[in-house]
Design a protein around this ligand. Structure first.
Ligand code: TUI
Length: 315
């Protein structure tokens, strides 16, 4: 049985988190992951406070298990979303794309478990000092907004830097990845891309088909020039984004404006020409749509098998 401190702290069966993917992670997906024994997470990014409140009520109607809300700290709705999390007694909050120090104490005082997603040792140490419950150490193999370090070097360095549980994210989609993450000292994993193609995930079918069809070299990172690097499937949108970024006489504002609305067009319209299909490098390993229960149970079973047979590799 794969179990760790984080299971007891959060009251979950398996140390498997679903990433709080912007525009993607809704009540249907979060409830399905939580019902499967993992931690389902609603994305707060594309919602104002009242929209998030409605989504939280939907999750509660579908599961009595713990769930989380992800706060994308660059969202203009962050202050009101932070309040709704307290008012609605959300069990767990994860944060991304910024520094959550201004909110940690308030959430902890209200009894919310706080698990910032970090992409560096520096931020991990800072949030641990302020009492964070755990951290997700997310490597640059991930889809969406990323930092500089990748999972293999990032996770053990974060593990050595903090005493709280570390959850590994970035490039994990099966038992080999989860076993490796545990060997690095992580006490659980978070997966985004693997849950993007879950049966209960409501993204446009074109998005799922493109992820399933993708190989190891089919993602690219854009947005470094404006300080917001994001990994997505290579498509006409990322090609024209690169042209714009590399062009002369273009302002940061023009580059930022070009990205606006592109994720929504991918998720809701399946628009391959102008949509931003955020996706991790592990897409090449993902071959089919499966239910959240199959995804969670299979990765845990594979991890157990691998770890039990691991000793036989060094005689
Ligand atoms: O947040 C994510 N992944 C995301 S957010 C997102 S939506 C978005 N839309 C437009 C522009 C940017 C994002 C899509 N994917 N993952 C967690 C994560 N956090 N990855 C990297 C970071 C991060 C990066 C820098 C966290 C903190 C940070 O700096 C902290 C500081 O010290 O200011």
């Amino acid at each position: 049985m794969i179990k760790s401190r984080i299971c007891d702290i959060l009251g979950i069966k398996y140390p498997v988190f679903q990433g709080g993917m912007a525009w993607v992670a809704d009540a249907d997906l979060a409830a399905a992951v939580s019902n499967a024994g993992g931690l389902g997470i609603i994305a707060g990014m594309n919602m104002n406070g009242e929209q998030l409140r409605a989504e939280i009520k939907k999750v509660r109607a579908k599961t009595d298990k713990p769930f989380g809300v992800n706060v994308m700290l660059m969202s203009p709705y962050t202050p009101e979303v932070a309040e709704v999390i307290i008012e609605e007694n959300v069990p767990v909050v994860t944060t991304g794309a910024g520094n959550p120090l201004a909110y940690i104490k308030k959430w902890l005082d209200a009894g919310v478990k706080v698990i910032p997603v970090v992409a560096s040792v520096a931020l991990a140490k800072m949030v641990a000092k302020r009492g964070a419950t755990a951290v997700v150490a997310e490597g640059g193999e991930s889809g969406g907004h990323i930092g500089e370090a990748h999972t293999l070097p990032l996770v053990p360095q974060v593990v050595d830097a903090v005493d709280i549980p570390v959850i590994a994210a970035g490039g994990i989609a099966d038992g080999r990845g989860m076993a490796a993450a545990l060997m690095l000292g992580a006490e659980g994993v978070q997966m985004g891309t693997a849950f993007l193609v879950a049966k209960e995930c409501n993204v446009h079918q074109t998005y799922k088909d493109r992820v399933i069809k993708a190989g190891d070299a089919d993602t690219v990172v854009n947005g470094r020039k404006v300080g917001h690097p994001a990994r997505a499937l290579k498509n006409p949108f990322t090609r024209s984004f690169s042209d714009l970024e590399n062009g002369a006489n273009v302002t940061d504002e023009e580059i930022m404006a070009y990205g606006t609305g592109a994720l929504r067009r991918a998720v809701q319209d399946g628009d391959w020409e102008t949509g931003s299909f955020l996706c991790g490098q592990i897409a090449g390993l993902i071959k089919e749509e499966r239910s959240c229960q199959e995804i969670v149970e299979r990765i845990v079973a594979e991890t157990e098998t691998i770890l039990k047979s691991a000793a036989a590799r060094c005689e």
